[in-house]
Design a protein around this ligand. Structure first.
Ligand code: FAD
Length: 302
């Protein structure tokens, strides 16, 4: 039997074929996923992993798609969404155990309701806990790695593992998960007791700052990592790139480190714009910008 037919037998929610990834990314860009699967149980997930291993099918784990540029040719193999599988969270003492699919904004809100502080920095960072752990998401001097105490993963052979803090490795926008073939299932975060009013003031202040600084058009957040001792957005601005565009992809006139999709931008437009910006920053400062967003998938036919 071919693997796509077997997959249909495994999954209780029928997998989608040629699903446009533009529907699943905050940039609203991306060619089709060959197969888009949303397992409903851990057993279903494990069976998908076994099938992918047996037929050598590439896998891509999608969070909420807020840090991704999917190329125009789309993604071969299976895109796995944990949206329905790991979207619960439960609090115990100062800790919360949350599924990888839970949104950071929900966690921020739930923690605040329980007078638990520590997550305020994440107010307004879109995306899932899984994506945040994978990327070591952070803002305003804090990052998720400071709170994490344990992460539950499953490897591509289907083995579930509980990884304690000592086995986790994080640095600026980087985690050990980036060099492993694992799926993050859930994480345990440790927060501190706080004062509800103070927590909410901080959350609201951060959200206000974001709203005033960040463009409202579709984007994937910061495109470039901050080079040591520098701020990527300032370098882009200093090199005269704000407002520069290719097709309908534009370096936001509001924030130098955001590339926005003004309508029908393609991934190729964004990638060409990125190259232009890198060249200008190189010419102006002699510095090489590195990408923070993750670029995946196949080139389009253009
Ligand atoms: C307007 C805007 C503002 C932003 N501001 C910030 C900010 O202040 N700070 C910041 O750090 N980021 C920011 N981001 C980027 C983004 O929101 C974060 O990186 C977020 O943590 C990504 O989560 P996600 O669920 O969307 O991951 P995705 O974009 O879906 O995936 C990102 C990577 O994580 C992997 N991944 C996701 N889930 C799992 C899983 N369960 N198991 C294994 N791998 C997984 C994916 O394979 C992919 O490689 C911003 C983005 C936008 C659009």
């Amino acid at each position: 039997m071919d693997w796509k037919k077997e997959l249909v037998n495994i999954l209780s929610k029928p997998p989608l074929t040629d699903e446009p990834m533009s529907l699943h990314t905050s940039l609203r860009i991306g060619g089709p996923a060959e197969i888009f699967a949303v397992p409903q149980t851990f057993d279903e997930l494990r069976s998908v992993l076994q099938l992918a291993g047996e037929y050598n099918i590439p896998l891509f784990v999608l969070g909420h798609g807020t840090n991704l540029l999917v190329r125009d040719g789309g993604i071969r193999g299976i895109v796995l969404s944990l949206h329905d599988l790991s979207s619960g969270c439960s609090f115990f003492g100062n800790r919360v155990r949350a599924g990888a699919g839970v949104s950071l904004s929900r966690l921020v809100r739930k923690a605040a309701e329980r007078n638990l502080k520590g997550l305020e920095f994440a107010a307004g960072i879109p995306g899932s806990l899984g994506g945040a752990l994978y990327m070591n998401a952070g803002a305003y001097g804090s990052s998720i790695s400071e709170l994490v105490r344990e992460v539950v993963t499953v490897d591509y052979l289907g083995n579930r593992r509980v990884k304690p803090l000592e086995e986790l490795d994080f640095s600026y926008r980087c985690s050990s998960f980036q060099s492993e073939e694992v799926i993050i299932l859930e994480g345990v975060l440790e927060l501190k007791r706080g004062n509800h009013k103070e927590i909410m003031n901080r959350v609201n202040e951060i959200q206000r700052r974001r709203q005033s600084k960040h463009p409202q058009l579709p984007s994937a957040g910061s495109v470039f990592r901050n080079p040591p001792g520098n701020i990527a957005g300032k370098l882009v601005e200093g090199a005269g790139c704000k407002g520069m565009s290719v097709g309908e992809a534009e370096v936001s006139p509001q924030h130098g480190n955001f590339i926005v999709n003004k309508g029908n931008a393609s991934a190729a437009d964004v990638l060409n714009l990125i190259e232009l910006v890198k060249q200008k920053v190189r010419d102006t400062y002699g510095l090489e910008l590195e990408l923070e967003i993750r670029v995946i998938g196949e080139k389009g036919s253009e």
